[in-house]
Ligand binder design. Structure first.
Ligand code: O7M
Length: 211
């Protein structure tokens, strides 16, 4: 079974809650980040908490250890269940995010390689492998890897073993749902669902990967 994670990158608090509620039966978690939190405020976490689904904070945290700690403490105090952080800031900064997450009974995921075309300028090749290795040595719960490059996901799987891989880039970015679903633990889908005329119907269609 592969999880379906709804990436709720909409800007309106009520619209976000409505989409999440209608899609809830078909998804395993909700990921929100800067677009929604900066537009609607942290109160949106309270709106979504009632769904009973894990809530992932996609702030791609990337700072010195002390600032990472402050950000992650705020994330978990707000009610999130997991945080996503960048690994290129180094082991000490990553370990801080993992520590705070685990102290709160939550999870921390590290971005290993990104899905957009420009990602190959820096994140690609050996760098992504090193970031995945860092995620393992830092005891992170898993990595983020690109649905747009299934071959790279397979390569990164060799490094992280049974650790969780969550993968964005399906649909709007061109990644193929069924191909990537076989390789990862969860697929992150945004626009293909929340921009659909009927998001719940689309979420149900995507939810075939959960079987
Ligand atoms: O399905 P989309 O393209 O509308 O949305 C994808 C979401 O995943 C969106 O929130 C992106 O910011 C995020 N994402 C990527 O698209 N590519 C990446 O490499 C990494 C992420 C991400 O979630 O990082 C944690």
């Amino acid at each position: 079974m592969t999880e379906l994670i709804l990436s709720l990158d909409v800007l309106d608090r009520k619209w976000a809650a409505r989409i999440a509620e209608s899609c809830a039966p078909f998804i395993d978690a909700v990921k929100i980040g800067y677009p929604l939190v900066l537009s609607a405020g942290l109160g949106v976490v309270e709106d979504l908490a009632g769904l009973g689904l894990p809530l992932i904070a996609d702030f791609k945290v990337a700072d010195i250890p002390n600032t990472n700690r402050l950000i992650c403490e705020a994330v978990f105090s707000a009610g999130f269940d997991a945080v996503i952080a960048h690994g290129f800031v180094g082991a000490d900064a990553v370990r801080t995010c993992v520590e705070v997450a685990h102290n709160h009974g939550g999870a921390a995921y590290i971005v290993a390689e990104m899905s957009h075309p420009g990602a190959t300028e820096f994140f690609h090749g050996g760098v992504a492998e090193r970031l995945a290795t860092l995620a393992v040595s830092s005891r992170a719960d898993g990595i983020i890897a690109p649905a747009t490059r299934p071959d790279r996901v397979s390569r990164l799987r060799e490094i992280v073993g049974k650790k969780t891989i969550y993968s964005p880039g399906v649909g709007a970015q061109g990644g193929d749902l069924d191909t990537v679903a076989r390789l990862v633990d969860g697929v992150i889908v945004g626009r293909s669902i929340y921009e659909a005329e009927d998001p719940a119907t689309e979420a149900e269609r995507f939810s075939r990967i959960r079987r």
